[in-house]
Every structure is written in structure tokens, then in C-alpha cells.
Design a protein around this ligand. Structure first.
Ligand SMILES: Cc1cc2nc3c(=O)[nH]c(=O)nc-3n(C[C@H](O)[C@H](O)[C@H](O)COP(=O)(O)O)c2cc1C
Length: 311
């Protein structure tokens, strides 16, 4: 069992935050599938939350799940982040807060947020301290190995000192984007240096790889691998999946997209999810084409229903 502050996770596995993807629809679906220890939201702007921006409030609307959910906040201003964290604690059912210190998107970095914080350690410390003071909820921070050079031993030490309950490390530099392989060889050194749980992240595409990495870290975050194979968490937990499960998954995904999004956004969302799903599944290339060639959501949905009839 993995302990993050006062929260005990049933499994040491986490659905990694992914903008535009770990939305309410996908988190609901991953909760229904089961096997995952913790679900993390898309990154949410602290400023938007603090100002109660309508779109932001829609993105954070919560719902009952069996699996605990964290909200991921991003921003560069300690006070804005602290205020956003206080709102989350008082007004939502999120079980905890994760702070984004890894996003490499230029606009985010230029504002000093995301991976920008890895270059400004006094601000990084002030952010964690301010959020820690503002919320009793379990608090995690997600970093990369560094900006242009590795400083993960220093950043994770500061994060632990300022009161975070766990750290998640994507084992790449900001400057590496998503290229090359994640540098898992650094995991043991980071963990040895840290008094709080270490969650490792990067390139986990199979249950076997996750189980191997769980020998050196306390938990794993899985992003793209969970979109490619939505049953990966069940497999890690030793639960079986049947051959029919994938059809049920895509049909349910389409239904949840319909529930959560207006018509004009639905097809784009379905494509965004299936783009990753097709990576590893036999026969999936042909549906990808059908979905990508669909003119509207209704056509894609009809195709999925035909291909995967309810049994
Ligand atoms: C489309 C996409 C969106 C992402 N959005 C976020 C985000 O909002 N916050 C964050 O901390 N990381 C984000 N990430 C990074 C992932 O959480 C994760 O660190 C990265 O994909 C490596 O893990 P993986 O190999 O398991 O996918 C994103 C990644 C992708 C591919």
C-alpha cells in the first residue's frame, strides 16, 4: 500500500495528469475499469480557479469515484496557488492536490510556471510552502529531472522540506521534451535522498515494465501507456481482462464524451483519446482510420457501435 499524507492508496499506481486527456470523461472511465490507485486531473490554472473562471469551474466539477482523485494546479505565483488550493479543499471532493513543475510548453515556462519553476528554486520553495500552509489535503509535486541540467536531488529535497507528502519525477529534463528514453537509472539515487514517497514516471507501456520499476520507486505514474492500454492498471494489480473489454471501453468512452461535451467538441475528443489507444492493439489501425475519417461524432459513434456490439 502507498501512503500519501493521510491517504492510503490501494495500488501504487497513478494515472498521470495529461492536459486535454485526463478530463472528467477519462477519469470516470478509468475508475469504472478499476485497478488504478489514484487519478490526476488535467492541469488547471490556479489563476482561473482563483477568479472562478467559468471554464475552469466546469473542468473541476467533481463526481463520485471509488478511486481517489487529485487535482493538478499550475501557476507561478505562490499566493494564487495557495488560494486555489484553499478553494479546492473547501469546495470540492478532490482527495489531494498535485503541483505542476514539469510542463515544458513555452507559454507556461515563460510565465515562470511548470518546468520554469525548476530554474527558480526560491520560488519553487515558496510555492510549496504557501500551498502547504493553505491546505490540509495530501500534497504532491510533479517535477522533471531538471530544466537543462539535472537538479532533481536538490528540487526534491526542497519539496520534501517544504512539507509535500510525495514527489513524482518524470525522468527527463525539460529540454528533452518527450524524446529519448526516460532516465530511470537515476531513480534509486533520488529515492535514497528522499524522506517521502517517490513516484516514478516515463515510458511505462506494459505491466511488466511497471512491476520492474516498482522495485526502485514507491509508486508509478502512467500517462500514454494508460491511453494505449486502458487495462494496464488492472494488469499491474494482477486482475484479468477479457477480450471483449476493449470494445466496451471505446463504446463507453464515446458515451461519456457525449455526456460531458457539446456536439462541436465531441469528435475532436474521441480522436484525441483513440490516437493513443491505437498504438498497440491488433486491428486498431483500421478503426483509427474510420474515426479519423468521420465527418461528425454521430458517424464515429455509429461505427463503434457496429464494430463493438453490446453483448
Ligand atoms: C498529451 C499530454 C499532455 C500532458 N499534460 C500534462 C499535464 O497537464 N501536467 C503534467 O504534469 N504532465 C503532463 N503531461 C506529462 C505526463 O504526465 C507524463 O509526465 C509524460 O507523458 C511521461 O509519462 P508517460 O511516458 O507515462 O506518458 C502530458 C503528457 C502528454 C502526452
Amino acid at each position: 500500500m502507498l501512503q500519501i499524507g493521510k491517504l492510503s492508496l490501494e495500488q501504487p499506481t497513478v494515472l498521470a495528469p495529461m492536459a486535454g486527456l485526463t478530463d472528467r470523461a477519462l477519469r470516470r472511465l478509468m475508475d469504472e475499469i478499476g485497478g488504478c490507485g489514484l487519478l490526476v486531473s488535467e492541469m488547471i490554472a490556479a489563476e482561473g480557479l482563483r477568479r472562478r473562471n467559468r471554464r475552469t469551474m466546469e473542468m473541476i466539477a467533481d463526481f463520485k469515484t471509488r478511486t481517489p482523485q487529485f487535482i493538478q494546479l499550475f501557476g507561478a505565483d505562490p499566493e494564487a496557488l495557495a488560494e486555489a488550493a484553499a478553494i479546492v479543499s473547501a469546495e470540492t471532493a478532490f482527495a489531494g492536490i498535485d503541483l505542476n513543475m514539469g510542463c515544458p510548453v513555452p507559454k507556461v515556462v515563460r510565465s515562470g510556471a511548470g518546468a520554469g519553476l525548476l530554474q527558480d528554486l526560491p520560488r519553487l520553495a515558496a510555492v510549496v510552502a504557501a500551498v502547504r500552509r493553505s491546505t490540509p489535503l495530501p500534497l504532491t509535486v510533479k517535477v522533471r529531472l531538471g530544466f537543462n541540467k539535472v537538479n532533481v536531488l536538490e528540487t526534491t529535497r526542497i519539496i520534501a522540506e517544504q512539507g509535500a507528502d510525495a514527489v513524482a519525477v518524470h525522468f527527463r529534463l525539460k529540454s528533452e521534451g518527450y524524446t529519448g528514453n526516460a532516465h530511470w537509472e537515476l531513480a534509486a539515487a533520488v529515492r535514497d535522498n528522499l524522506g517521502i514517497p517517490l513516484l516514478g514516471n516515463g515510458d511505462i507501456m506494459t505491466a511488466a515494465f511497471a512491476l520492474e520499476k516498482l522495485q526502485t520507486v514507491d509508486g508509478v505514474l502512467i500517462g500514454r501507456g494508460a491511453l494505449a492500454n486502458p487495462f494496464i492498471f488492472r494488469e499491474i494489480a494482477g486482475q484479468t481482462t477479457s477480450e471483449n473489454d476493449l470494445g466496451a471501453y471505446v463504446r463507453r468512452l464515446a458515451a461519456l464524451i457525449e455526456e460531458h461535451y457539446p456536439e462541436k467538441k465531441r469528435l475532436g475528443k474521441l480522436k484525441a483519446f483513440t490516437r493513443f489507444l491505437v498504438l498497440s492493439r491488433p486491428g486498431s489501425r483500421s478503426w483509427k482510420r474510420r474515426i479519423f475519417l468521420s465527418q461528425d461524432f454521430g458517424e464515429a459513434r455509429g461505427f463503434l457501435e457496429e464494430t463493438f456490439p453490446c453483448r
